[in-house]
Design a protein around this ligand. Structure first.
Ligand SMILES: Cc1cc2nc3c(=O)[nH]c(=O)nc-3n(C[C@H](O)[C@H](O)[C@H](O)COP(=O)(O)O)c2cc1C
Length: 202
């Protein structure tokens, strides 16, 4: 059984992105062992001078490293992923490289019409940063618009077309994890480039 980390990309108590991730974790138990990670649990990134990471962050890095894939659900704040998600990514890539060549699926939910499309586009770029270098599944867009109305009282998605789309995307993501596992030639070079990269060089 594949292991997937599913990241709730917002810190709001009533986050519909959390509902989306919880729905994914509940619905696809036959496809993968899905562990939820909350960005709100991370401390505020403070660029520790000695690059010494808090134990909590080290634990989360290990969880990502041991995952076969990572799913994000991001809201959109001012056309971008929110600070809480960016903060967690800073910790998870500060002198550590758990995302290199890791299969990633980006999803997101927003209250409005566009379903976090601009935030998702940015997030796909963020996870391709030199120290991150995740492999985002191509051709998979899950935009949950009008997300306040999207779930019933049991936390299930109401729109059956969205359910079918998510089913298809999750099946494809499992396939992509296997395909990605065959793309081994560049992994070592990518890891080396990530490790050798530093934003702190003057
Ligand atoms: C500070 C702030 C900025 C926002 N900016 C946008 C935006 O640029 N585009 C958009 O579609 N929604 C925007 N929204 C509304 C969000 O769609 C909504 O609050 C959030 O994505 C829902 O995610 P959540 O249910 O996980 O909290 C904004 C909300 C806040 C609080």
């Amino acid at each position: 059984m594949k292991k997937i980390t599913a990241i709730v990309g917002n810190n709001a108590d009533n986050s519909t992105n959390r509902k989306l991730i919880q729905y994914i974790a509940k619905r696809y138990t036959d496809l993968a062992d899905i562990e939820i990670m909350e960005v709100r649990d991370f401390p505020m990134f403070n660029k520790p001078a000695d690059m010494k990471l808090p134990d909590f962050v080290k634990e989360k890095i290990e969880v990502i490293e041991n995952s076969d894939g990572v799913i994000f659900a991001t809201p959109e704040y001012d056309h971008a992923p929110p600070a809480a998600l960016s903060n967690a990514l800073a910790w998870l890539t500060y002198g550590v490289y758990p995302f290199v060549s890791k299969p990633v699926l980006v999803t997101g939910a927003s209250y409005g019409t566009l379903g976090s499309s601009r935030a998702q586009t940015q997030l796909r770029q963020m996870v391709r940063a030199p120290e991150t270098r995740a492999n985002v599944i191509p051709g998979a867009d899950f935009l949950l618009n009008h997300s306040l109305q999207a779930f019933d009282e049991e936390g299930n998605l109401v729109d059956q077309d969205k359910v079918l789309l998510l089913d298809a995307m999750m099946n494809d993501f499992i396939t992509y994890i296997d395909v990605n596992a065959q793309l081994v030639d560049a992994i070592a070079a990518n890891k080396k480039a990530a490790v050798e990269h530093s934003w702190d060089q003057p």
